[in-house]
Design a protein around this ligand. Structure first.
Ligand code: KG4
Ligand code: ZN
Length: 440
């Protein structure tokens, strides 16, 4: 069993269309699972799927192909995400310039397998693969239905003449999981005679901020923080990425998840740590525990989170020793909150300091972008906004609902890719799953 490169995934906020099956429900077998999926879908209207109500336009319009090959002004994109433990499909109608595209979400579905993988302590690749295979046809049908496409005859592939192109995540991620999405996209592309655009998952996290509707000014620095990545990326222009720094060991999300497990907190760990840390901060105590800030003064822009995780482990051992204060040993709820806060303080401080350094080093940065699952973290959002304000820099953050993995961001990243270089539509080379795909 290998840990997913995106680590253990993350619960989707409630107003995101997320349908997670509990392990017990899963045990009912394939047919029951499908029935459950359909039953759940019954409650998932377009409205409940909205990432931002204001920008979701109920219009389904006439389905027509307005796609142009030499300069893309508008595209209806069907997107597929299966890089880790979330199966997701979306249909977007996107128009206009990349700096501020006009985006209509026509369909958006997501199934999380998180609960299935929980007992393995990470994502089990073959299980993820099997689940994606089962979920994709169900989600496709539902998404197309939301988007107003005609329902297929029983057992037939849905028709989608209005789709201009298909976007699919090709990496980074778990290769068996990525292959499911790619194979599915290729079958659809053949059936519909539509081009397929492979998308780097991390570009999805970067451009997820465009859903907020603010004008994007480049060059930018993107801080990408997820279960598998901690990276600082210089974006000179759309599709021009250069990695300036990255983690040398654990990703920050992975550290959140591992520390949470050490503290006996329920899965998923990141949001749990965040909640307890906030509770401790709200009591206005000075933190009595101080963890190291790994590599904070290393002079480069790399990160390291494995040492911080070990420091937490040692502290935990110290505090758990039987002592008069603790009675039988083990941590009191207050001490768990204190540990969570001290860990979060250390993890976030390094992110902020290195991001600031990257911005100042470049000198031409107009925007700071923050993306990935950990960008849902309340304290990080607060502190990074403060830092950007201090240096008078525009910051673009995704809404919390958009921070986790989803297919919307993949469709939007495909639009960026195609608009920047429409020539890629003529590229018919087979798409390869690249588990370790990097940017730049
Ligand atoms: O981007 P994502 O959904 O999947 C990957 O591509 O990895 O990120 C998942 C990571 C998990 O490690 C999860 O614990 C972390 O994001 N995360 C958080 C919070 N919400 C999710 N970490 C800290 N605070 C949060 N509020
Ligand atoms: Zn991700």
């Amino acid at each position: 069993m290998i840990n997913c490169i995106h680590a253990t995934g993350e619960a989707k906020p409630k107003n995101f269309l997320s349908i997670s099956f509990s392990a017990s429900r899963r045990r009912g077998g394939g047919r029951r699972r499908e029935e459950n999926a359909r039953k759940f879908f019954g409650f998932c209207t377009r409205e409940s799927a909205s990432v931002s109500e204001a920008r979701i336009i109920g219009h389904q319009g006439s389905i027509q192909n307005t796609f142009e090959l030499r300069s893309i002004h508008t595209a209806k994109i069907l997107s597929i995400e299966t890089s880790c433990d979330e199966t997701a499909v979306a249909v977007l109608d996107i128009n206009g310039e990349l700096e501020k595209p006009d985006i209509k979400i026509l369909g958006n579905t997501l199934l999380s397998q998180m609960h299935l993988h929980e007992k393995y302590g990470g994502v089990y690749p073959n299980l993820a693969k099997r689940e994606h295979e089962k979920n994709l046809p169900i989600l496709l049908e539902k998404t197309l239905e939301q988007a107003g496409f005609p329902s297929p005859a029983k057992g037939k592939v849905p028709k989608a003449e209005g789709v201009d192109l298909i976007a699919v995540t090709s990496g980074p991620g778990l290769e068996p999981a990525l292959w499911v999405g790619i194979t599915f996209a290729e079958k659809l592309g053949k059936k519909w005679n539509k081009p397929i655009i492979p998308v780097n998952h991390m570009t999805g996290h970067i451009w997820s901020v465009l859903f907020e509707g603010k004008k994007m000014e480049l060059p930018a620095i993107a801080l990408l923080v997820s279960g598998g990545h901690t990276e600082l990326v210089y974006i000179k222009d759309f599709e021009e990425y250069k990695i300036m720094g990255r983690t040398r060991d654990d990703a920050v999300g992975e550290a959140f998840d591992k520390v949470a497990r050490m503290l006996g907190l329920p899965y998923p760990g990141g949001p749990q740590i965040s909640k307890l840390a906030e509770k401790n901060r709200s009591m206005n105590h000075e933190s009595r525990i101080m963890f190291p800030r790994p590599m904070i003064n290393s002079g480069d822009l790399d990160f390291s989170y494995s040492g911080l995780k070990t420091a937490v482990l040692y502290k935990l051992r110290d505090l758990s020793q039987p002592s008069p204060r603790l009675g039988e040993g083990g941590l009191s709820p207050g001490e768990v909150e204190e540990m969570a806060r001290a860990f979060e303080d250390a993890a976030v401080e390094v992110l902020i300091k290195k991001t600031r350094k990257a911005i100042l080093e470049k000198g031409d940065i107009k925007t700071l972008i923050v993306g990935g699952g950990v960008s849902a973290n309340h304290y990080l959002r607060q502190e990074i906004k403060k830092m950007a304000q201090n240096i008078n820099l525009e910051i673009q953050l995704p809404s919390v609902e958009m921070t986790g993995d989803n297919a919307l961001m993949i469709g939007l990243a495909a639009y960026v890719k195609v608009k920047k270089d429409p020539g890629i539509l003529k590229n018919h080379a087979p798409i390869i799953a690249r588990g370790n795909a990097t940017l730049g």
